[in-house]
Design a protein around this ligand. Structure first.
Ligand code: ADP
Ligand code: PHD
Length: 815
């Protein structure tokens, strides 16, 4: 004998029911088939009852819609010749339901007993329609009335089974029948007085397990709309995998902690009889699914079996100095809750005994507050305990696995992963079985938390970065191109999925729904039609999305964008910037950003602030981290100025060469920042700061070569004035050329002092052979004393800057 249970999703409509019946037909063994109400019907029946109780006549429309749904399903399933008796059965049931709900409406009262009566119609109707369909398809079977077979106490809504009577009735009824196939409604039962009861929401699984245990079935099969129990809720975690086999205990833990696929009490009866229980997919019947069996046979290789969550809990904390060392406080707390049938999901007590913290279902919070404060009234008046603290808006996230107990480091990995993603943990608990580690977190973080843990424990092969890019113009556009080009490579070789989830330029911003990513080939079109850019809203959206491993990429040169970093870092969102404004702002701001990043486990990376894609800051950091000390830095750091002096020999006007540098994309948006030396000052300051110096812009000497008049007015005026000053630039060139020297704008830092300025470079200098837009940095350190460590290469340009930004993004994935 086998027991097969089909859930609401499997019997949601006529098309699905046909699939169900095909599966039943293919099963050769004697069988009991248990079915739930058509998907969503139980909720609608509760809705009808509640509306009637409130005196809202729209309950009639709800019932009408339900009647139509059932009639339509019967019509779609049955040949016309078989329809009439089934349709009249449906109508009769709805007549009865109408009468019950009318009574509720008149007396404005919906007792738990009446509610059970109302919701029992869901399973009665579905099972009778399916039975009629099976008969019309010549499948011999007997319809069993579960209300007569499963006996319970009268705890309506959540009745406890009387197994002794139930087992006897089921086995004798089936033995007496002589049939090979049975069909029974799930979820419903009756008490000793034959009042209808129900087994708790989701209880059809339990009905099936009760039948399986009573009949010593060879297997129980739970047929649903996913292939088996999965490593996490597949609606939340795209990469959730089917668990091939698991133990009864693990399955119980997972279901208790929110894995909706199995109703928790289901496991107990099958575990006692050691009946293998399969979770299978009605819509992919050939896939194996999950088998739940005894631990000895469970040889899965993963340490963690699954991750689940309870998404709506309230924390209660009982605190007070009068509790220390006095026995009985916890007993009274739990008694008070138990008397009100409030289920305690998690308990923690610190060793100081000064406080006890428990988590309960959010729906019970108000009741809990009343009963606990009443229970401790005397101590409250004597100020020995504080009024019960009630904190709503929490969730529990749990790691489950039989093998956790023999593996140290699991909790560390769990809390580390949550912490790195800015998820604050309010309370933790580990059962003494060590099969479950649970953490209480904010409900706003629960989806992200499940994904973070899934990635940490199941996707070592697959890490996801969620990237938001502001400034998809010149450099940003190249970055999008490079991301597109490397996407597959990163996935295959670094197991890294880089998903761009939001982009903006100065006019528009574009986000995609969670779970999706921006198409890296067609983003330009999509952005054109997107909403107007508002920086604050962009940042709010990045924070609200609350995605794991989020990175905010700033490829602008904008001060407003630089001003949002701190807010993002405080949410553990990492920053990658080629924008230099923040790192070259007052030292207090620079160091604040660094300490916020440290405090919130985020990263603030800005390698491209100096030397574009060249490894300048990274090299400097490596030197310092490995214990070296920087004595002196000498550098040519302006790609623009290098380009200008490499191309200017007096034959073409100076202004024209500068214009060419701007047209080729090397200059800052305002080229005066480059020509006047400010950009170089910012860069040497950033290097000095990274070398450990507390230095400000005012501390840097600038021997600039641009006549002061060039700084007046607009960028256009600047070009005009440069043209007027051509003689000045020519003289500079000729003076150097006369000494066989080249002109270079050099930055240096030594003994805490930095300066920048134009210098004559003789042919033996390291700086002489520097072409195009190259940069060069010489690090003289304790270990590189005489011959410096040299970094040299193109120091400007969209392609190289984008690749530096890209490299920083990848460093966040694997710091
Ligand atoms: N760990 C998990 N494994 C599989 N499914 C899960 C898990 N956690 C949550 N679910 C959800 O449970 C759903 C199945 O449960 P339910 O809706 O009660 O099915 P049915 O209608 O068959 O009774 C799946 O569609 C899935 O979205
Ligand atoms: N119909 C009931 C019982 C049940 O188990 O349903 P499902 O198998 O669809 O979870 C409910 O919604 O609670």
């Amino acid at each position: 004998m086998k027991v097969l249970k089909f859930g609401g999703s499997s019997v949601a409509n006529a098309e699905n029911i046909q699939k169900v019946v095909q599966i039943v037909k293919n099963e050769q063994q004697p069988k009991v088939v248990v079915v739930s109400a058509l998907g969503g019907v139980t909720d609608q029946l509760i809705n009808a009852g509640t509306l009637a109780e409130k005196g809202d006549e729209s309950y009639k429309e709800v019932l009408q819609a339900l009647e139509t749904k059932h009639l339509d399903t019967a019509r779609a399933l049955l040949p016309v010749t078989h329809q009439s008796s089934c349709l009249s059965m449906v109508k009769q049931h709805f007549n009865e339901l109408d009468e019950i709900c009318n009574s509720v409406f008149y007396i404005r009262e919906l007792s738990l007993r009446t509610k059970d009566r109302i919701i029992s119609f869901g399973e009665l109707l579905s099972s009778k329609i399916i039975s009629a369909f099976m008969s019309s398809a010549n499948i011999q079977h007997e319809w069993l009335d579960s209300r007569k077979l499963i006996k319970t106490n009268n705890n309506f809504g959540f009745a406890a089974v009387n197994f002794k009577d139930t087992n006897e009735i089921i086995s004798s009824t089936v033995a007496a029948s002589g049939k090979q196939a049975f069909l029974a409604p799930g979820f419903i039962a009756s008490d000793a007085n034959s009042n209808t009861t129900t087994l708790g929401r989701g209880g059809s699984d339990y009905t099936a397990a009760i039948f399986a245990a009573a009949l010593d079935a060879s297997a129980l099969e739970i047929w649903t709309d996913v292939t088996g129990m999965m490593t996490a809720d597949p609606r939340w975690v795209a990469n959730a995998k089917t668990i091939n086999r698991t133990s009864y205990q693990e399955a119980m833990e997972l279901s208790h902690f929110g894995a909706k696929v199995i109703y928790p009490p289901t496991i107990q009866p099958v575990m006692q009889k050691n009946i293998p229980t399969w979770v299978k997919n009605t819509f992919a019947p050939n896939e194996a699914g999950t088998v739940i069996e005894s631990a000895g046979e469970h040889d899965g290789s993963e340490i963690i079996t699954g991750i689940s969550s309870i998404n709506s809990v309230t924390l209660l904390s009982l605190e007070g100095s009068g509790m220390v060392g006095i026995p009985g406080f916890s007993k009274r707390l739990f008694e008070a809750l138990a008397n009100e049938k409030i289920n305690v999901i998690l308990i923690t007590q610190s060793s100081s005994e000064h406080s006890i913290c428990v988590a309960i279902n959010a729906a019970d919070a108000a009741k809990a507050k009343n009963v606990v404060d009443a229970a401790f009234e005397t101590e409250l008046n004597q100020k020995k305990v504080d009024p019960l603290k009630v904190e709503e808006g929490h969730a529990i996230i749990a790691l489950v696995g039989d093998k956790m107990k023999s593996h140290p480091g699991i909790a560390g990995k769990m809390f580390g992963a949550l912490g790195r993603n800015g998820i604050n943990i309010r309370a933790i608990a580990q059962g003494s079985s060590e099969r479950n580690i649970s953490a209480v977190i904010s409900v706003a973080d629960v989806k992200k938390g499940v994904n973070v843990l899934h990635e940490a424990f199941f996707e070592s092969v697959h890490k996801q970065l969620n990237v938001f890019i502001v400034g998809v113009g010149n450099v940003g556009g190249k970055l999008m191109e490079q991301l597109n080009q490397q996407k597959q490579f990163l996935l295959e070789h670094l197991n890294l999925q880089v998903r761009v989830t939001g982009i903006a330029n100065s006019k528009q911003m574009l986000f995609v729904d969670n779970g999706n990513e921006i198409d890296l080939r067609s983003w330009k079109e999509a952005l054109k039609n997107a909403q107007p850019m508002e920086l604050e809203r962009f940042v709010d959206t990045v924070i609200d999305k609350n995605l794991r491993n989020s990175v905010f990429v700033d490829v602008t040169a904008n001060a407003d964008v630089a001003a949002v970093y701190n807010r993002l870092l405080e949410k553990s969102i990492s920053i990658v910037a080629c924008n230099k404004i923040a790192a070259s702002s007052p030292y207090s701001n620079y160091s604040q950003l660094k300490s916020t990043a440290r405090e919130f486990n985020a990263e603030y990376r800005f390698e491209t602030n100096v030397g574009a894609g060249l490894p300048v800051i990274g090299t400097l950091n490596d030197l310092r981290r490995s214990g070296d000390q920087v004595n002196k830095i000498q550098a040519v750091l302006s790609g623009t100025l290098n380009f200008v002096f490499n191309n200017y020999d007096g034959s073409r006007p100076f202004a024209e060469v500068v214009k060419q540098a701007q047209d080729e994309g090397y200059t800052e948006p305002d080229p005066r920042l480059d020509l006047g030396g400010t950009d170089v000052m910012r860069k040497i300051m950033i290097l000095a700061r990274e070398a450990g110096e507390q230095i400000e812009m005012d501390d840097i000497t600038n021997n600039y070569f641009l006549p002061a008049s060039c700084f007046d007015g607009s960028v256009d005026d600047f070009y005009k004035e440069m043209a007027n000053q051509e003689a000045h630039f020519k003289a500079l060139y000729e003076e150097a050329a006369a000494k066989n020297c080249k002109l270079k704008f050099v930055a240096s830092f030594e003994n805490g002092k930095a300066n920048v300025g134009l210098q004559h470079i003789p042919s033996h200098s390291d700086f002489y052979h520097l072409y195009g837009k190259d940069n060069i940095v010489l690090f003289y350190t304790q270990r590189y004393t005489d011959q410096p460590l040299v970094v040299k290469g193109a120091g400007a340009g969209a392609d190289v800057t984008a690749s530096g930004v890209f490299a920083d993004i990848l460093r966040i994935a694997a710091p």
